[in-house]
Design a protein around this ligand. Structure first.
Ligand code: SF4
Length: 740
């Protein structure tokens, strides 16, 4: 049993892991523990016997940007084991349960393996060639009927593509068809951070790499629940701690990441911007900054001082509900540290005040001189997508005919029936008020869905074309450290499943054979890309294939030095004057307000007094396909709503009670998980369950179906809305692991 440093909570690692990570029985995969991150070899309860004739094929996990590389051992056309590549400097050979679940996902009996066309009498199986010809014909007709306006009537929602070449192939198909409405995977939930970084620093990605946290004196995990979202990176937290880095974790919930922290702050959700402003005020009021450095590297200091001045410690405590002692200690730690890395969690921009929150955190790092240099920087959960995509597509397919629209405008166009063809490569459940999005998609002329299983998306689809899992095709991908890794094909895909690069290439070649490049496989497309884009000239498939953890972008020449650490290699920011400007007209004043629909807002709806937040748990990544793994399902605990004992008492609830979680939009069934690990007045539930899951542990109505359709200037709101809990009659559909 360990007593928490600063909250007085008593918590054991076992109970925390049990409540946050896993159910009681795990068949094939054990939960993460701080002592040992997952490795393929250790994660299997009964390691398979590897036939002596097995060959090793190298690849990477497609799910998150840690981008773990692996060795797949293949015998008789089947993968018999996957183990992390021990020579990968970023992962040390570890993988997490999501990555290791890929064998179950590939071999699932639920997997759909043939294209299907919706007819008046239901779904009809068609051949892959028929499916491709049908889509190409629709695109050609669209062009004939609408000429240059055809592109407005076409849209594509991107998944987390399984390789870069798949994304390039799809974008080229859109370009040669005139399509401009492309919804990137992160637009809805993480693009606030990238946009604000771009505006303030001139680069839209993390400003350093994860290894630099070992050179920092202070690491602030600001809403970044690394142990669950990037489990393999927990090893870097251990390394940093061993080297003397102090770790402060800011999260309204205690999670497995709390086990790595020296200090945890649990502010009221959505008030992180206030905490940053208060810290800025403290530093400015007390002269705890290097005026010469700030003068040389920033502009607009007086405006920042004025903007932060209302945020006295008393006001910050009132809003964040942090105590005086913990707040004072945080101010002192940040002000005193000469080398600080702040890791900004994805949750920060899922509140409607996310733009200002990210802006204030970046400003804080600028004020303390912690944006550039060893042991300094800003890390994000979405890492850094290497550039060059637009340059390549413009060069190969010609420039876009017009600008595209954002998702909100696309939604309006779908509702009006103004979209004739939609490529649905991901879930409509990623959007708030997702049932309304589903109904809008039904107004599209024709919806092509690329998926794996019989999920809710089939309801809106007219044509289903089954996709492949990553070991079934080759290709490259990038990771959080801008490293680009290569994967060879390990096994054949079942039935008529095809990779995205092939599906979109085949359509593109039919629509515009004179323009669309005639590449045979991802290696040929990759080499064409490398030759075309200057910053990629030093890449080659052969070099990527040989590397255990990838080549770091940019690499203009084959002998370019490997860049890690600060991306600002010239020692200044990438803004026009090389400085951080605290005042940008596009960002407005230094105002702060509660997230939209928050129960704390003035004139808030009194019937929904609790704050609803969501997040990923260790068994989930964005792709809700992970719900189709029986092992991950056993680790999942069903739809739980985590609440503090005080909240449970106020609503007359006990642990395990069946409830309806309700917002102004609607409700869903869940069970109450009473725990001291969360702030009073806050409700947490996991993001990604799916109603069509074959397993009770991962089956639930989509959480986003009960979220209001709120957006800030960039992203949608997934956190901070008001909610309530209503006790309901018991139901066998709701599962929970009882304590004890
Ligand atoms: S999900 Fe991320 S951390 Fe887990 S195995 Fe895949 S790449 Fe690695």
């Amino acid at each position: 049993m360990r007593k928490d440093n600063n909250t007085g909570l008593k918590i054991s690692r076992r109970s925390l892991l049990k409540s946050c990570l896993a159910g009681a029985s795990l068949a094939a995969i054990r939960p993460f523990s701080r002592a040992s991150a997952f490795s393929g070899a250790s994660a299997l309860k009964n390691p398979p016997l590897i036939p002596p004739d097995a060959t090793v094929v190298n690849g990477y996990c497609p799910f998150c940007q840690v981008r773990c590389t692996y060795h797949a051992r293949v015998s008789s056309g089947r993968i018999v084991s996957i183990t992390g590549n021990p020579r990968n400097r970023w992962t040390g050979g570890a993988m997490c349960p999501k990555g290791l679940s890929i064998l179950e996902l590939m071999n699932s009996k639920e997997r759909l393996t043939e294209p299907m066309l919706r007819t008046e009498r239901g779904w009809k199986t068609v051949t892959y060639a028929e499916a491709v010809a049908l889509v190409a014909e629709k695109l050609i007709t669209l062009k004939k009927e609408h000429g240059p306006k055809a592109g407005e009537r076409l849209a594509l929602t991107s998944p987390l593509w399984d390789c870069r070449e798949s994304e390039l192939a799809a974008l080229m198909t859109m370009r040669v068809s005139g399509g401009v409405n492309i919804m990137p995977a992160g637009e809805v939930c993480i693009s606030t951070t990238a946009n604000v970084l771009s505006m303030l620093l001139g680069a839209n990605t993390s400003t350093t790499t994860v290894d630099e946290i070992t050179n920092a004196r202070l690491l602030v995990l600001w809403g970044a629940n690394l142990a669950e979202t990037y489990p393999v990176y927990s090893r870097w937290l251990d390394k940093a701690k061993a080297g003397g880095t102090k770790i402060i974790y800011i999260d309204p919930r205690r999670t497995p990441t709390s086990l790595f922290a020296d200090v945890q702050l649990q502010p009221e959700p959505g008030t992180d911007g206030v905490l940053a402003l208060g810290t800025i005020r403290h530093i400015l009021e007390n002269g705890l900054y290097d005026a010469g450095m700030v003068g040389r590297t920033t502009t607009g200091l007086e405006a920042l001082r004025k903007g932060a001045s209302p945020w006295t410690a008393e006001r910050v405590m009132e809003i964040t509900r942090l105590g005086a002692e913990e707040l004072g200690a945080f101010y002192a730690d940040v002000a005193a540290s000469e080398r600080t890395v702040i890791w900004m969690g994805g949750s920060l921009c899922r509140f409607t005040n996310g733009v200002q929150t990210i802006r204030f955190i970046i400003s804080l790092q600028g004020l303390t001189g912690n944006i550039i240099g060893s042991g300094r920087g800003l890390l994000t959960m979405e890492g850094g997508k290497p550039e060059g995509e637009k340059e390549f597509i413009d060069a190969v397919c010609g420039p876009a005919s017009m600008p595209g629209v954002n998702f909100r405008r696309l939604l309006a166009a779908m509702k009006k029936g103004a979209i004739d063809l939609l490529f649905l490569n991901s879930s409509y459940r990623r959007y708030p008020d997702c049932d309304a999005v589903r109904e809008a998609m039904k107004q599209c002329g024709f919806v092509v869905y690329r998926g794996f299983y019989r999920t809710d998306e089939l309801e809106v689809a007219d044509l289903f074309v089954p996709a492949t899992y990553s070991p079934e095709s080759s290709g490259s991908h990038y990771g959080a450290e801008k490293q680009v890794v290569w994967r060879d094909q390990a096994v054949e895909a079942p039935g008529s499943c095809v990779p995205d690069w092939r599906f979109y290439r085949d359509i593109g070649r039919l629509v515009a054979p004179e323009v669309y490049p005639d590449f045979r496989d991802p290696a040929e497309l990759s080499e064409l890309f490398n030759r075309t884009v200057d910053s990629w000239n030093g890449f080659s498939v052969e070099a990527m294939r040989k590397s255990p953890d990838g080549l770091v972008w940019p690499r203009p020449r084959t002998d370019s030095p490997i860049l890690t650490g600060s991306i600002f290699s010239r020692g200044v920011l990438e803004t026009e004057d090389g400085k951080l400007n605290f005042v940008l007209p596009t960002l407005g004043g230094f105002s702060w307000e509660y997230p939209r629909s928050s129960p704390h807002r003035p004139k808030a709806e009194k019937d929904f007094p609790l704050v609803l937040i969501q997040g990923k748990v260790v068994t989930q990544w964005q792709q809700t396909m992970t719900n189709f793994s029986p092992s991950l399902s056993r680790m999942a605990r069903g739809r739980l709503v985590q609440v503090h004992p005080d909240t449970a008492a106020a609503f007359n609830l006990v642990h395990g009670d069946p409830v309806r979680l309700e917002t102004v939009v609607g409700g869903l069934e869940a069970r109450v998980d009473v725990t001291g690990n969360i702030r009073p007045g806050v409700v947490f539930t996991a993001s990604h369950f799916v109603e069509g899951s074959p397993y009770a542990g991962t089956r639930s109505r989509a959480l986003n179906s009960i979220l209001p359709n709120n957006w800030d200037r960039v992203s949608a709101q997934f956190n901070g809305t008001g909610c309530r809990l209503v006790k309901v009659a018991d139901s066998a559909n709701i599962r929970v692991e009882r304590e004890g």
